[in-house]
Design a protein around this ligand. Sequence first.
Ligand code: MGD
Ligand code: MGD
Ligand code: SF4
Ligand code: MO
Length: 693
Amino acid sequence: MNAPAEFARAVCPHDCPDTCAMRVTVKDGKAVKISGDPDHPPTQGVLCTKVTRYAERTHHKDRLLTPLRRVGRKGEGKFEPIGWDEALNIAATRLKEIAQRAPEAILPYSYAGTMGLIQGESIAARLCNTLGASRLDRTICAAAGAAGLRYTYGASLGMHVEFFDESELILIWGSNPIASSLHFWTRAQEAKRRGAKLISIDPYKSLTAEKCHQHIALRPGTDAALALGMIHVLIAENFIDRAYVDSHTLGFDELAERAALYPPLRVAEICGIPAQTIVDLARAYGSTKKSAIRLNYGMQRTRGGGNATRAIACLPSLTGAWRERSGGLLLSSSGWAPIDNAALERPDLLPGWPRKLPRIINMNAIGDALLHPGDETFGPKVEALIVYNSNPVAVAPDSEKVAEGFAREDLFTIVLEHFQTDTADYADLIFPATTQLEHLDVHKSYGHTHVMANMPAIQPVGGARSNTDIFRGIAGAMGIDDPALYETDEQLASKAFRWNDPALAGQNWDALKSSGWIKLDIADAPFAEGGFRTPSGKCEFYSERLKLEGQDPLPDYLPPYESADGAPELAARYPLAMISPPARNFLNSSFVNVESLRSTEGQPHLDIHPNDAQPRGIEEGMLVRIFNDRGSMQARARVTERAREGCVVGLSIWWKKLSPDGRNANQVTSQALTDLGGSATFYDCLVEVESAH
Ligand SMILES: Nc1nc2c(c(=O)[nH]1)N[C@H]1C(S)=C(S)[C@@H](COP(=O)(O)OP(=O)(O)OC[C@H]3O[C@@H](n4cnc5c(=O)[nH]c(N)nc54)[C@H](O)[C@@H]3O)O[C@H]1N2
Ligand SMILES: Nc1nc2c(c(=O)[nH]1)N[C@H]1C(S)=C(S)[C@@H](COP(=O)(O)OP(=O)(O)OC[C@H]3O[C@@H](n4cnc5c(=O)[nH]c(N)nc54)[C@H](O)[C@@H]3O)O[C@H]1N2
Ligand code: SF4
Ligand SMILES: [Mo]
């Protein structure tokens, strides 16, 4: 007889703003069904297609079940199983030897494979800090946008997603929520039913753009110009909320001077859209009280991403949209959660804390970092790499270099993974990690304002261990005796939040554990009365901090590095701007190996406008080669007006080894960094396309 079914409470661990609450049905020790929790307000009982397949992913036949040691060449993917003790000892011996000689030669590499705070940077950070390893600047995704918000609002703060249903105008800007934030899209549709107008601002006619009332297909990387053009019109046509501006903002006159440089005709040139569109957009925005902007990270993946975020973030403060709870802007809400990073990560364990810290390496330049021979300025050559919660060989830019770096025979690489990813193929040692159903964690969200607890639903599959267990194991095998390295996941979870923060006052870990989530106590219209977290307490159009850092204190338009304006000679050789935004059925490179989802995506495609396809002799369905000086990849052409002229689109991120030519979009992307925050510039990438035959 089967044991009776039961539910366990879990949290979707993926890098997605929605952070859904999940119910897990367990039968005979296996997860058999995952569904959205109907009681959790942001989730509303619904999960996206990908994550309804989470049980399939967890019990996938290819799950890594034991530690593995490489027996083939790096990248070849040949491994033999070994026992846990042996694996931990190999790791410990090697890391100890390097740590004694050149601790900074050890580099962790991780991102948001799980967004959990415990399986993310807790014991992992404590171990790296104790060793004095190089620090990693975790900038691959959101750093430019985060910096833009920080200089303008003081932190990553924004509207409550719940109130978008009441908005009368929603600008969906650099965002494709049908793919990347389904629960926001539900709100936008509700607003639409109530009469709101939806406008998509995106070079690509995404699944979302086609369902909006209007789609403004600007050139990639020109968003700052569009926002400054809007500000120009808002000022010229008197749509400014003077009272709000006077009380709650800083630098209006300076911003007005800057915006004067961006009349609609000039902006039209830059963005490649009609001047009238800019005027109409500004009028619609300026004349609607309940106007909301759903910004997403798609618009900050070019050189000027930080400035673009700043320019757009000025808009709701100019019109006073923040006065309404259904007005304002949401890029990220993560700054609302009072996370105690210092308690989790223990930077005080660093040798030299707080004055002389180990070097920090920007993860977007991992290719160059791994290939650097080491010198006075760079410091020691990287000798050991510990990868967890990430798949850099597939997701990091300038992938030829990344793979070349990972292939170094003298590099000792440890990978903690669920699956034999492109990255795991280059490991010396692979440790099998647990999934969200098998371990404990706590979460904040960057799309809503709840904090959440994830309780293990099932025992670890096979010999898998949680990241925290693996790092505790390595620390133990190294003979480190600091108790900080051996705290349990429960102890860590109980310290993850500053419980005395007003947003959480009266709450504690036990309450979070039993309820599954806590709604943070934040005003409905958080900036109706100002209260920004900048040094001035105002929305800073003009930033003294930026000025002190030698940067432009006002937002401006910076042409993409790779554009006709930014690099005319390069643009002559590679005239097409390539963007590679998220595919609906993958989550970054996660789920690419889940057959049902991969078969829905089909194969790597390149969307190309008929006017770009025709002169190149490219026809629908043809296999094409996409290339620039950094590398090349192949995809099937889809000749379609979804891609604006001059811009090609390859939805991503494919596993290289599951692609026809063993390559993916990051073969052509660059390691250049954004203006603010040092983010990646995935969508600042010129290419040429030709038939592959
Ligand atoms: N299904 C799915 N969901 C995901 C992910 C995934 O891979 N798959 N990834 C997750 C992650 S890590 C993140 S960071 C988030 C958000 O990830 P984002 O990168 O913000 O992704 P999208 O919401 O798809 O929005 C990107 C949109 O921006 C457009 N875009 C590209 N360049 C520009 C530009 O210069 N200007 C403007 N205005 N638009 C531009 C693209 O065409 C695309 O439609 O999504 C998360 N959710
Ligand atoms: N061309 C192009 N490249 C991009 C982007 C793009 O739009 N275009 N988007 C960029 C963005 S926004 C981001 S955020 C990055 C994302 O890049 P990554 O953070 O590397 O995300 P994933 O590719 O999903 O890889 C996460 C890996 O972590 C593993 N994992 C999940 N949970 C756990 C766990 O609990 N323990 C361990 N040990 N492993 C776990 C998963 O199996 C998966 O292989 O990619 C970036 N790369
Ligand atoms: S990926 Fe996003 S929408 Fe899908 S279940 Fe997870 S949090 Fe929800
Ligand atoms: Mo991301």
